[in-house]
Design a protein around this ligand. Structure first.
Ligand code: SF4
Ligand code: SF4
Length: 373
């Protein structure tokens, strides 16, 4: 492990830019921590933190100079890999037929993602399984994902709606990164412990003024991750949960949730693992040009489940049940792991504060307990 002082962290940004990466990192936009292009350490949200609970999000000054003192915001990295709208192809009239223009090549230069949290690495891994494996791998996703440089940052505090610890996905990044940073602040000292996860990561570390970490610095970084774990606002007991949900398909809790749920689809839009989409065909007024677009869709929209013969999920009850059971039960059957990484976004950004951990606990029959937030 290595250490780089704050003043030398810019060396990483410079090296990535020189290698042709478009750097994307956290920035304050419209009262939230979101992701945008950046070229400098100075653009990171120094001195900002966030407060989150069910249906509640705000940012505030942290009172220190930390660059990564917040957890996850409304954006996830999927918007760069699996964009909300993507043109699949265009077609134009030619005589009595039409010609199809192939999809554009990879539309962006390689990305370097700065500040990827452990839960988000787990979400990327889940989306990789959907988009990059099997007979129908997604060419757009695969091209961007394969070239992306991942700089993970280990969380130093748990958010009010975070529960990655109970999902086994955080708070410390274990793999799936090129570099992983842990921010260390001790009095006047402001530095980053660096772990490398790839040969590309080693090359990038070599471009910084990094030196080998001493045992006290490694211990300090371990304490940062422990602090995050001990301040996590939620927990989800996953033991036997897939089976419990399957056995409680007609549980009255689904009716109770349906009375509160607005079927607004916010939870699926912010979720870093949700991947449902639909396609739309549009033409110009002449009818000579047409395009097919893919856009995000959600199991909460009525059109999503319309099939020949009718709609297979007519009620909010069945739509929420489908979403939650897909995350916590069907994924387990299909992939051997849950489809939830415990990021807490669906709790924070639900306008009525519906909490997947509380709903799962209610169906399990356990008491609902939050420890923070
Ligand atoms: S279901 Fe909720 S907590 Fe789980 S990954 Fe999706 S947004 Fe995060
Ligand atoms: S659970 Fe919340 S965010 Fe999701 S559809 Fe219902 S009201 Fe919207």
């Amino acid at each position: 492990m290595y250490v780089v002082e704050l003043n030398d962290l810019q060396g990483l940004f410079t090296a990535l830019s020189q290698q042709g990466y478009t750097i994307i990192g956290p920035q304050v936009r419209n009262g939230a921590l979101t992701f945008d292009r950046m070229t400098s350490v100075d653009e990171l949200p120094r001195g900002w933190t966030d407060h989150q609970d069910g249906g509640m999000y705000s940012i505030a000054r942290s009172g220190d100079d930390a660059l990564f003192s917040y957890t996850v915001g409304p954006h996830s990295w999927k918007r760069f890999l699996f964009p909300a709208r993507l043109r699949l192809f265009a077609a134009r009239r030619e005589g009595k037929g039409f010609a199809v223009d192939p999809p554009a090549a990879t539309p962006a230069p390689p990305y370097a993602f700065i500040g990827v949290r452990a839960c988000e690495l787990a979400a990327l891994d889940l989306q990789d399984r959907i988009f990059m494996s099997g007979q129908y791998a997604d060419a757009h996703y695969t091209a961007i994902r394969s070239s992306a440089f991942i700089v993970a940052v280990n969380c130093g505090r748990g958010g009010g709606t975070c529960f990655c610890s109970s999902m086994g996905t955080g708070p410390k990044a274990r793999d799936g990164f090129d570099l992983a940073l842990t921010e260390i602040m001790d009095g006047e000292r402001h530095a980053f412990l660096i772990e490398t996860g790839s040969s590309r990561g080693k090359d990038a570390r070599a471009a910084m003024q990094a030196r080998e970490a001493d045992p006290s610095e490694i211990a300090r970084a371990a304490a940062v991750s422990r602090a995050a774990e001990s301040t996590m606002g939620r927990a989800l007991d996953t033991s036997g949960l897939a089976g419990i949900l399957a056995e409680n398909f007609e549980h009255q809790r689904w009716d109770d949730i349906a009375k509160r749920c607005l079927a607004c689809a916010n939870c699926t839009m912010v979720c870093p693992t949700c991947f449902c989409s639909t396609v739309e065909d549009v033409t110009d007024l002449t009818g000579d040009h047409a395009e097919r677009w893919r856009r995000w869709d959600s199991c909460f929209t009525s059109d999503f489940t319309r099939v020949a013969g009718g709609n297979i999920r007519m009620s909010t009850r069945t739509r929420y049940r489908q979403w939650m059971m897909h995350k916590l039960s069907h994924w387990v059957e299909q992939f051997g792991s849950t489809g939830c990484v415990g990021c807490g976004r669906c709790i924070t950004w639900c306008p009525v504060g519906i909490d997947i951990t509380a709903e799962a606990a209610a169906i399990r029959g356990a008491n609902v307990a939050t420890t923070n937030g």
